[in-house]
Design a protein around this ligand. Structure first.
Ligand SMILES: [Zn+2]
Length: 487
């Protein structure tokens, strides 16, 4: 887990105030920010203390080293007394700071507000909101919105990405519109006509996957994206603009429609009057690993998909995080690995039976002493803060000690999590467990999908799937790894 740092710097006004005898600014800010860190449970690992009081980045050596470290994604966030302490006046400097924080997703934590580049609602306004007063920012945003609306009214398509079925074109200056991508447009027409024939979004998604056509940014279709396409008036030539008061306003676009207005309206009508058409489930349970097979990397359920290029049904993790990281396997390969895991479990249980050892009694509960140690470490940390506040420790000593304690806390937390995984007891008596496992192994291959699913549930809770290398002719060995939670 990444830590936080503190950046301290005097402004010109502070220098003048100190000359009038007001207290030392940096130590006052330091106390305030450490207090904030304590309250929000932020692990401070470094303090940057600017001695000189230059305004520009070029005149501030500590700022330069902070920016370099932020760009390398060293920190989860930076604590600072006010946002202006990072950059002031010069718009280029502000741009540099905003960019470094945005690209590394580093938070800026001030006593008044935490700025999170990942959560700021509208990313392109992050730097505006960062350095401008609320009012200035609103005026600018409104002016930009006004310009955008005027452009939409002229029929321009101004969003950053083209929707499925189109590509963005810029035929003359100030004209932004869309051009049809013929093979994608064909799919849009198919979606609309399948829906009007009475099929639901899930059926349509499966149908497109079966044909082997992928959406723009994924390997398979989600019913939710089909629903979005079926609701988007863009496909019959319109542009929509969200208004605060009365929903979406529609304007005629410059782009060529893919479907007629009649078809679009018919689909909207059907959605209102026939909700069943949207919800109709897939006829039969095909994925017999439903509620059984999960991705080890992200925890999502693995999906069953036909992959056209390979000619096989695969199990894959469709989530964004795992794309390119967790590799799919054919359903047969997963079946084989599952049966092998069941066999291995039987061997283990039998060994246990012969040795007569009781799994539970042989392992004392490790969690209780760990929790006690964790509590102790947390008390230590809070004591360090006290010593810092009472100025018994200087900041360097504090950072050095608190780093040690923080490291200890992290490793204890990890150890506690580990015991929680280990602790899931095997509740079935070994004889019964073996009997059920054997039954799955014997009946699995001849059973229908629904029966397979039921069988698996008799013997185990979950299977976690992990595989990162694609098998090939030169590398036929698979690194498919399954770990199971047995009943
Ligand atoms: Zn995953």
């Amino acid at each position: 887990m990444k830590g936080y740092c503190v950046y301290l710097r005097k402004s010109r006004a502070d220098v003048e105030a100190e000359a009038r005898g007001e207290g030392e600014t940096l130590s006052r800010h330091s106390n305030m920010l450490m207090e904030l860190a304590k309250k929000q449970d932020l692990n401070v690992v470094k303090i940057y203390k600017e001695i000189v009081s230059g305004d520009s980045i070029a005149a501030r050596p500590q700022m330069q080293s902070l920016l370099a470290d932020v760009s390398e994604c060293r920190y989860a966030g930076v604590l600072v007394a006010e946002i202006e302490r990072l950059a002031r006046g010069d718009t280029i400097d502000q741009g540099i700071v905003a960019q470094a924080f945005r690209e590394s997703s580093t938070k800026i934590v001030t006593p008044a507000k935490t700025y999170d580049p990942d959560n700021e609602f509208d990313e392109e306004y992050f730097e505006f909101s960062l350095f401008m007063s609320r009012r200035e920012y609103k005026t600018i945003k409104r002016r930009m919105q006004g310009g955008r609306l005027a452009s939409v009214k002229e029929g321009n398509y101004i969003s950053s990405a083209a929707p499925y079925g189109y590509r963005k074109v810029n035929p003359e200056p100030k004209v932004h519109t869309l051009e049809i991508v013929p093979e994608e447009a064909e799919m849009i027409r198919l979606m609309y006509s399948l829906y009007l024939e009475g099929h639901g979004a899930k059926y349509i998604a499966n149908e497109l996957d079966r044909i082997g056509i992928s959406p723009q940014k994924s390997t398979s279709w989600e019913p939710s994206s089909i629903k979005k396409i079926l609701s988007n008036p863009l496909y019959c030539g319109m542009l929509s603009w969200k208004t605060k008061s009365d929903g979406d306003a529609l304007y005629k676009g410059r782009h060529e429609p893919i479907i007629t207005e009649e078809v679009f309206l018919a689909v909207q009508q059907k959605k209102r009057t026939d909700p069943a058409a949207q919800l109709r489930p897939n006829d039969k349970l095909m994925n017999y690993y439903h509620n059984i097979l999960y991705c080890q990397n992200c925890g999502h359920q693995m999906k069953r998909r036909f992959i056209a290029g390979s000619g096989h049904e695969h199990m894959l993790c469709a989530c964004r995080e795992c794309r390119g990281k967790v590799v799919s396997s054919t359903v047969e390969a997963v079946d084989e690995a599952v049966i092998a895991a069941l066999r291995y479990r039987i061997t283990g249980l039998e060994k246990l039976r012969y040795s007569g050892a009781d799994e539970k009694r042989s392992k004392p509960d490790k969690k209780v002493p760990l929790m006690a140690e964790l509590e102790k470490a947390k008390r230590q940390l809070s004591k360090l803060y006290d010593l810092l506040e009472k100025e018994i420790y200087d900041t360097d000593t504090f950072l050095e000690r608190s780093k040690k304690v923080n490291d200890k806390i992290r490793s204890l937390e990890a150890a506690v999590r580990e015991t929680e995984i280990e602790k899931k007891p095997s509740q079935l008596p070994p004889d019964e467990a073996v009997r059920r496992l054997q039954n799955v192994i014997d009946s699995f291959s001849d059973s229908a999908p629904e029966e397979k699913n039921r069988l698996l549930h008799t013997a185990l809770r979950r299977i976690y799937y992990y595989k990162t290398e694609r098998a090939s002719r030169s590398n036929p060995s698979s690194d498919l790894l399954l770990s199971a939670e047995f009943l």
